[in-house]
Design a protein around this ligand. Structure first.
Ligand SMILES: Nc1ncnc2c1ncn2[C@@H]1O[C@H](COP(=O)(O)OP(=O)(O)O)[C@@H](O)[C@H]1O
Ligand SMILES: [Mg+2]
Length: 302
């Protein structure tokens, strides 16, 4: 692997949401500001929506680090669960052992905990649900019920829903109108801006602590921006492959040709013929331009 060639202490472009690699782009900063303000302000319902790979999960990790000890949190990462499992997971996350397996008793237990161990002690409790676009209507109804837990002064449980764009549209369904109306803080996370892409790349390279100086040419960066549309996860995948291409050539400067190689390898080498065929028909360009980011996502199950 190229790690040794460049002398990286850590791989710079893993696709896991690691808060240590966090780059504070204008979008990420604004999203965090909104969420931190909302949570500190005791808002009951918050929403973070964004395309695949834009950094939503990463933001939730950074958020948890920033909010500190006075906040009890439960994090639901897999929304393909039933109502009982949903409530049980929340209890476990808060350090409770579910006493009974009826919805009512789980809710009572949670309410009791939130009243006596959280609110009474001046603490807060936050439930974060990631990939919330996949939540079934039954769980969303449960979420609404949870948002009813309150004293006459404040919400007992703050809820942050995180999801892809579908979540935003799902929340507009008539069945979910009540829930949607309760969301008081919303943020739509967009990809990195063109001028941030180079900074992002060097930020991650530096976090990897290479032993040599690594340079991306301006054209290489431009190409990365074009292909990725500024989506961090796609940038990571491209840079990872581009570094591999550089390593193969024993170079420490990344050229546009290496990025092109990376694009090819991401799309699958032997699809070239098919691409050419399409191009001949004049279709490819049109479709590719419009759906570039979407295709990447589907192809790699991002
Ligand atoms: N602001 C950022 N700083 C550093 N890395 C980021 C940032 N945003 C996203 N990433 C990286 O991009 C990839 C996708 O991020 P992730 O949070 O999983 O996206 P999402 O949850 O929106 O699909 C991860 O490797 C993550 O580390
Ligand atoms: Mg995610």
């Amino acid at each position: 692997m190229y790690k040794d060639f460049f002398g990286f202490k850590q791989p710079p472009f893993p696709i896991t949401p690691n808060p240590n690699f966090f780059y504070l782009s204008s979008e990420h900063l604004e999203a965090l500001d909104h969420l931190i303000y909302g949570i500190n302000n005791g808002e009951g319902f918050l929403l973070l929506v964004g395309g695949i790979g834009t950094g939503k999960t990463t933001i939730s990790r950074v958020l948890l680090e920033k909010l500190g000890d006075n906040l009890k949190t439960s994090l639901i990462l897999n929304p393909f669960i039933n109502e009982l499992e949903f409530l049980q997971t929340i209890l476990w996350d808060f350090g409770l052992i579910p006493e009974d397996n009826s919805k009512k008793s789980l809710l009572d237990q949670l309410n009791d905990f939130l009243l006596h161990d959280v609110a009474a002690k001046g603490k807060r409790a936050l439930l974060i649900i990631d990939e919330a676009q996949n939540l079934g209507l039954d769980i969303l109804e449960q979420v609404r019920i949870l948002s009813n837990l309150e004293t006459n002064k404040e919400k007992l449980l703050q809820i942050l829903l995180i999801g892809q764009e579908e979540l935003y549209f799902k929340l507009q369904l008539p069945e979910l109108r009540q829930l949607n109306q309760r969301i008081s803080v919303r943020y739509y996370l967009k990809p990195l801006k063109k001028k941030e892409v180079a900074e992002y790349i060097y930020h991650r390279i530096n976090k990897g602590e290479p032993a040599v100086e690594i340079k991306f040419s301006k054209k290489a960066i431009k190409r990365i921006y074009k292909f990725s549309g500024g989506i961090p996860r796609v940038i990571n995948m491209l840079c990872d492959r581009a570094l591999l291409a550089a390593f193969v050539q024993e170079k420490t400067s990344i050229s546009p040709v290496m990025v092109k190689k990376a694009e090819k390898s991401l799309r699958g080498e032997n699809f070239d013929e098919l691409d050419k065929e399409q191009e001949k028909r004049g279709l490819f360009k049109k479709i590719f331009k419009r759906k570039k980011a979407r295709e990447m996502k589907n192809e790699f199950n991002l």
